[in-house]
Design a protein around this ligand. Structure first.
Ligand SMILES: *[C@@H]1O[C@H](CO)[C@@H](O)[C@H](O)[C@H]1NC(C)=O
Ligand SMILES: *[C@@H]1O[C@H](CO)[C@@H](O)[C@H](O)[C@H]1NC(C)=O
Ligand SMILES: *[C@@H]1O[C@H](CO)[C@@H](O)[C@H](O)[C@H]1NC(C)=O
Length: 196
């Protein structure tokens, strides 16, 4: 039941365009305040999203085959609450860092990659590309919002999924606008609150 609610609420909100309702809640999150992203779905009980070679992955970082794996947190961009910046959490080691493709700075925007697959990856970029792209391989940076603690996309019917890597405890974070995406990946809710 708990899991059902986790999905139905964000899906309902996205489907019925209640995004205007999200505004007052969204504004509670001040621009500088860091937050973390946790994935909730069947067999995924609130596992943290981390950086892995330019991709967003979910779960046990030690299982990931990426060469650069970094715990991260997110903040709103100074100018635009729909654009989110990812930062390396260097608490555990100051050597941990990541640099997005296309930049020399450590500004990493969390973004959606537009692909030709049913599900496409959530990645990191140094370039702010705005709200939409029709180009295959293009990226979308200005798309993130919060409804309470639920992360929503402004892409119509855009939802999050966890794609299996073949190892239990480690998934790739992907997104899709397809109603059939659940056939190839686990539907998840992305939330800012850790499991209790
Ligand atoms: C960074 O990681 C530490 C240790 O895991 C954690 O206690 C802290 O809350 C994290 N900071 C942020 C901003 O996520
Ligand atoms: C925010 O806007 C200012 C002024 O327009 C600009 O100089 C700055 O680069 C912007 N910052 C980001 C993170 O986009
Ligand atoms: C890592 O694992 C994923 C999923 O199993 C696979 O698609 C990818 O090719 C692997 N990458 C490397 C660098 O081995």
């Amino acid at each position: 039941m708990k899991i059902l609610f986790t999905f139905i609420i964000p899906a309902f909100v996205a489907a019925f365009g209640l995004l205007s309702l999200a505004k007052p809640l969204e504004e509670r999150q001040s621009s500088g305040k860091p937050f973390n992203l946790y994935a909730y779905g069947e067999g995924i009980p609130g596992l943290q999203v981390f950086y892995a070679d330019g991709q967003a992955q979910i779960g046990d970082m030690s299982l990931s085959n990426a060469s650069n794996k970094v715990p991260m947190y997110v903040t709103y961009s100074d100018n635009d609450s729909l654009t989110w910046m990812a930062h390396a959490n260097t608490t555990q080691s100051s050597r941990l860092a990541f640099k997005a493709t296309g930049t020399t700075s450590t500004t990493n925007l969390l973004c959606l990659k537009q692909g030709n697959s049913m599900t496409n990856p959530v990645i990191f970029t140094g370039i702010n590309t705005g709200t939409s792209t029709t180009e295959e391989g293009g990226i979308i940076t200005e798309t993130w919002s919060l409804y309470g603690s639920n992360v929503l996309l402004t892409q119509p019917n855009g939802n999050f999924y966890a794609k299996s890597t073949g190892k239990n405890g480690w998934w790739q974070l992907v997104w899709s606008t397809s109603q059939s995406a659940g056939l190839e990946a686990i539907p998840i809710a992305l939330r800012t609150n850790p499991p209790v």
